[in-house]
Design a protein around this ligand. Structure first.
Ligand code: FE
Ligand code: FE
Length: 394
């Protein structure tokens, strides 16, 4: 019997993680054919400027899948009016392929909430469910439990452990903005994006006016970081006015300081590689701190910021010996902006306006003692910064 896989998604844009999953599904699930089905984005949903049209998503997917002979891109959901319910797609495919066995391919998240889908009970009678999962600890037991519960109701569930490049379309759009997406895009897709100027590709982001800078940065942050970044910007401006630094530089450094923070370790390392950044071992062993380094490179090369701003972003997590006034302001603002809440923050806020070096010392000491308590590595730059400030104090 012919086995046909159904692999839906927004594919905005399609990336190598999708294509690797498609290839593994074909092989491991013994599929004769795999239908790649871009879903409809609800018409009332407002998308950012230069987002691809449904037709462009379809074309990108066609380009991406062109070297997978069993893959076929389907317009089924794009053509259909109304909401993109999977059961409607399956109904239609059953009419089209009455003899075939249909295999619905799901990622872990989708599978775990499967019983909230419209007509899921009908679906389990009409398709085989295949779950592509990464085989990470924690998630395995949840997946097995769900599988057992669904199988008890008559579902057929196949679990497929796979190893695909870990990247989301959201991170991919970030990497596009940072000029580092090439390693994650199938052949031809980057060219398509460039030719059609999708996702603001090729837009000059250097020296944007403040309002546009804020909009652009906010679109690249994780939603839960936005308040912190805006808070840091505001605190930095206040401190700059108080201590006589340039408030415009303070605002720009504040808004940009966590610009690459959304990216996980492996993507941070890709950014370094693509921009030819040479790192010391501290960074490779502590990729969490890398966002200061990669952020400074993005501030300089993508946003065209001046040296003072770039250096303030560069040193905002660890500090360094001989910090400039702006560097200290960003370090302290990051630590005490209004959304921060931890024991000692009030003292830090008080010191920030009475003794900036004292606030720096307190921040460094708190960070170092937390790292020590966690048996984590302390950066040489932080120790040098503290030693420098203590010497200056004498
Ligand atoms: Fe940071
Ligand atoms: Fe921060």
């Amino acid at each position: 019997m012919e086995r046909i896989g159904i692999y839906g998604g927004t594919f905005n844009p399609p990336h190598i993680g999708h294509m690797e999953a498609a290839q593994q599904a074909i092989k491991l699930l013994h599929l004769n054919k795999l239908l790649l089905i871009p879903d409809r984005i609800a018409p009332h949903k407002t998308l950012p400027k230069n987002s691809p049209t449904p037709q462009q998503r379809l074309q990108m997917l066609t380009v991406a899948a062109s070297d997978i002979p069993q893959a076929e891109v389907s317009q089924l959901e794009l053509r259909r009016e109304g909401p993109s319910y999977t059961y409607l797609t399956v109904e239609e495919l059953k009419r089209q392929y009455p003899q075939a066995q249909l295999v619905l391919i799901l990622g872990t998240d989708m599978f775990l909430c499967f019983d909230s889908w419209k007509n899921w009970k009908w679906l389990i009678q009409n398709v085989i469910i295949a779950v592509l999962y990464r085989g990470q600890k924690g998630e395995q037991s949840a997946i097995r439990e769900k599988r057992d519960a669904l199988c008890a109701l008559g579902a057929q569930v196949e679990l497929v452990e796979n190893q695909v490049t870990a990247i989301s379309s959201t991170d991919l759009r970030r990497m596009l903005a940072f000029g580092c997406a090439a390693p994650f895009l199938p052949d031809g897709v980057l060219e398509y994006i460039r030719e059609n100027r999708l996702y603001d590709f090729g837009r000059d982001l250097r020296q944007l006016p403040m309002e546009q800078l804020e909009q652009t940065v906010v679109s690249l942050l994780k939603p839960n970081r936005i308040a912190h970044v805006l808070g840091c910007r505001d605190a930095a401006v206040q401190l700059a006015k108080h201590w006589g630094a340039d408030p415009v530089d303070a605002a720009r450094a504040g808004i940009l300081h966590d610009i690459t923070k959304a990216l996980e370790g492996p993507l941070q390392l890709t950014l370094c590689r693509e921009h030819g950044i040479i790192m010391d071992t501290f960074f490779t062993e502590n990729p969490k701190t890398l966002h200061a380094l990669t952020g400074s490179v993005v501030a300089e090369r993508i946003f065209g910021e001046n040296e003072a701003v770039v250096n303030a972003v560069r040193h905002h997590t660890t500090g360094c010996a001989g910090m400039s006034l702006l560097e200290k302001i960003i370090y302290v603002a990051d630590y005490m902006e209004p959304n921060r809440d931890f024991p000692g923050v009030e003292e830090l806020r008080r010191l920030a306006f009475s003794d900036l070096d004292g606030a720096m010392r307190l921040g460094l000491e708190m960070t170092i003692s937390i790292l020590q308590a966690n048996h984590a590595q302390i950066s040489a730059a932080s120790l040098e910064a503290l030693a420098y400030l203590k010497q200056k104090q004498r």
